[in-house]
Design a protein around this ligand. Structure first.
Ligand SMILES: *Cc1c(COP(=O)(O)O)cnc(C)c1O
Length: 218
């Protein structure tokens, strides 16, 4: 199947309120343009350098989402254009994003990444750390970032009950935050292998790569 056919099939299966992030990491510009011509405008990358190069070379109405782990010293390279940063996992990083956004005279939308998986290899905050950020005085001083929601990744496993349990947990944390902060509306959870389950558990944004572009060769 072509990229367009894959995209159409996935888009037709998504509820209207779910945003599709086409994860184009490692894929060439030609593949991204094929998706672009099929109407896709939101793309996700996990390396700032690669995303910046693609941003320079591809149409300007593409919305670039940073879905990978972000090093503080690299925020400056994407601050002028990034549309949403999914993986914010510390207050220090949030502060740096705010600083770089201010330099660029803009506000950058962010998601806080929550650790829901069993693996230690996945990044993210626990529930207490999340609440501490929202309640801190420092957070209120950051005028150039906007936390619009949460992101999480389930354990890499075939055990659907485990994945479902982790998605449920993230959704319940999300509901709690949403009730106390009106700018929170986005829950980024679900990838090629588990997005249907994620939507059933309350996802509003799915990050899908291989089911659109095919398997990645690293
Ligand atoms: C690569 C990646 C995805 C997409 O994974 P697929 O299984 O190819 O759909 C989603 N989220 C994050 C954070 C990723 O790094």
């Amino acid at each position: 199947m072509s990229i367009k056919e894959n995209l159409d099939k996935i888009k037709n299966s998504l509820p209207r309120y779910v945003t599709l992030v086409a994860v184009s990491k490692t894929k060439p510009n030609a593949a991204i343009l094929e998706a672009y011509k099929a109407g896709q405008r939101v793309f996700g990358e996990n390396k700032i350098q690669e995303m910046t190069q693609k941003w320079e070379e591809l149409p300007r109405d593409i919305q670039w989402h940073m879905i990978g782990h972000v090093q503080r010293n690299k925020v400056k390279y994407m601050a002028a254009y990034v549309s949403l940063i999914h993986g914010v996992d510390s207050f220090k990083l949030l502060k740096e994003i705010d600083k770089q956004a201010k330099k660029n005279e803009r506000t950058i939308d962010c998601l806080l990444q929550i650790h829901i998986a069993e693996e230690d290899t996945k990044f993210g905050l626990d529930e207490n750390e999340l609440i501490n950020i929202f309640n801190s005085d420092g957070y209120k001083e950051l005028k150039n970032i906007n936390i619009i929601g949460l992101m999480g990744m389930a354990t890499f496993t075939q055990n659907e009950n485990q994945i479902k349990k982790e998605f449920k947990k993230l959704h319940s944390i999300f509901e709690g935050i949403k009730n106390s902060d009106t700018s929170v509306s986005t829950l980024s959870m679900g990838m090629s292998g588990d997005y249907k389950m994620a939507i059933a558990e309350g996802s509003t944004m799915v990050r899908i790569g291989s089911s659109i572009f095919g398997a990645r060769n690293y």
